[in-house]
Write a protein that binds this ligand. Structure first.
Ligand code: NIG
Ligand code: FE
Length: 469
């Protein structure tokens, strides 16, 4: 159990009223100072000799969470823990206990001599869930491509625009020209919107660089944002997002360049290496060569697989035992079964299919066949400019035939597994990080029923309230 450090970044004399006012007025604020007390014991019975912070969220109509420290597969995705009159007790930035309000009150009384010294949130009539995890975004980029969006609505395809020099190449130019400060500012605003929607951890990719210098800039921006903003950022190096004009017709040379320069630059700064495996972008053999080199360098692996044509990317992800394979709109049955057998999480991105007007990935089929399915937004300036968890939930439940229970697992525990964080986030369990959202609805089914609406009322990140509406 971590102890509270002396530097919590907050001042001790902020009154509750002024804290509430700041909560309403600022996009996000540093953690409030909570009353400090000495506990008699922890959950394991240890005495604690230090000051600490306690938060109780109680009286919830329903508390809902998947359980576990790894992805749930197939029909296990629907097996959630439901607690009526639910409550959760947080110690500093971790969850100490989850149960009914009376169970938590009892635990609290056992632990602290003065329960009044605890910060309390009354969640009466509301639903408590783990914070959402978005395991696939490209949220750092320069410029916008609203013109292409209009072209696509008039019938141009994503690949036609890309082949004509637009698409990712257009964002590459704008990202190269943007200063680090500009990318930081726009990134900050995008993270604010994520927090509004209950996203407490996000994966972010490089890939609009075309050269190591710009990729380095993207990583630096994500590192700074991770330090400065409450949303945790898991970084992915994606030098293999498009083939730059300088390497046109020489994709092999570009892979050599990424292996020689890109991977060493990103080593130790990004957890994952990702590649856009697609006909006309990176073929299977090119993708495999890069991913093997990345693994050798210590990266975990991800793939954009079988998004536009059925190339076999999902099969390669299985062969390489990647952490996740993403998109999978055109993945074959055989490759999906190989992914299941290799323990690769299927990260589905329905907002992209919606935006591209493509048929959705076969979420129902994958779950019925035992795969672990996660959901991500794919926020990017081209194929999918949205952070909308509510839209994604609607698409998953209405069009992909996933139940709301499966969808909740896909947005939390399985999304955490897709970025290899299921041991610390993605569910409400003792010892996990206190990333918690409170929804303004009496039970979890409202998430699909009251569709495409943001029901998030309060966001608790690392044990501190960072949003309250
Ligand atoms: O996941 N498919 C490749 N990459 C992104 C799109 C990036 C872009 O168009 O800027 C995706 O859809
Ligand atoms: Fe993507």
């Amino acid at each position: 159990m971590r102890r509270r450090s002396s530097n919590t970044g907050c001042s001790a004399d902020i009154s509750q009223a002024s804290h509430e006012k700041r909560l309403r007025e600022t996009p996000w604020i540093p953690p409030p100072s909570r009353s400090e007390t000495r506990l008699g014991c922890t959950a394991s019975g240890d005495r604690i000799e230090t000051t600490m912070r306690l938060l109780v969220i109680e009286n919830a109509a329903e508390l809902v969470t998947p359980i576990g420290r790894s992805a749930l597969c197939g029909h296990d995705m629907a097996k959630l823990r439901f607690v009526k009159n639910g409550a959760v007790l947080c110690y500093d930035d971790e969850i100490l206990a989850v149960g009914t309000t009376s169970e938590i009150e009892k635990k609290l009384a056992e632990c602290t001599p003065d329960a009044l010294d605890v910060e309390r949130i009354n969640a009466e009539g509301k639903t408590i869930l783990p914070g959402y995890v978005d395991p696939h975004t490209h949220f750092i980029f320069g410029g916008y491509r609203q013109d292409e969006f209009q072209m696509r609505l008039r019938g141009a395809t994503y690949m036609e625009i890309m082949e004509a020099g637009g698409g990712i190449a257009a964002t590459n130019r704008a990202t190269r020209e943007a200063t680090e400060e500009q990318l930081y500012e726009t990134g900050l605003r995008r993270l604010d919107r994520m927090l509004d929607l209950g996203i407490t951890t996000v994966e972010g990719k490089t890939g609009y660089g075309e050269n190591t210098e710009t990729e380095d800039k993207m990583l630096t921006v994500m590192e700074r944002l991770d330090r400065d903003h409450p949303v945790d950022i898991v970084r992915t190096y994606m030098g293999a997002h498009s083939v730059p004009p300088a390497f046109k017709g020489r994709t092999c040379d570009y892979i050599d360049y990424l292996i020689a320069e890109g991977l060493p630059m990103a080593k130790g700064r990004a957890d994952f290496c990702d590649v856009f495996t697609e006909t006309g972008v990176f073929e299977l053999d090119e993708s495999e060569r890069l991913l093997l080199a990345a693994r050798e360098c210590g990266f975990k692996l991800k793939m954009h697989a079988d998004e536009i044509v059925p190339l076999g990317g999902a099969g390669l992800a299985a062969k390489l035992r990647a952490t996740s394979a993403d998109h999978l709109l055109k993945a074959s049955d055989e490759d999906l079964f190989a992914m299941r057998d290799a323990g690769v999480v299927a990260t589905l991105l329905p907002c992209t299919a919606f935006s591209l007007r493509e048929p959705y990935a076969r979420g129902r089929f994958m779950i019925d066949n035992g795969l672990a399915v996660a959901l991500g937004t794919d926020l990017n300036p081209g194929s999918c400019y949205t952070q909308s968890i509510p839209l994604m939930t609607a698409l998953a439940t209405i069009y992909m035939e996933m139940t709301i229970e499966e969808t909740i697992t896909a947005l939390t525990l399985n999304a955490a597994a897709a970025i290899d964080r299921a041991d610390t986030i993605g569910s409400l369990e003792p010892g996990k990080k206190a990333d918690i959202i409170i929804l303004d609805c009496p039970d979890h089914r409202h998430l699909s029923y009251h569709f495409a609406m943001n029901l998030v009322e309060t966001v608790v990140k690392s044990g501190a309230v960072v949003r309250r509406t």
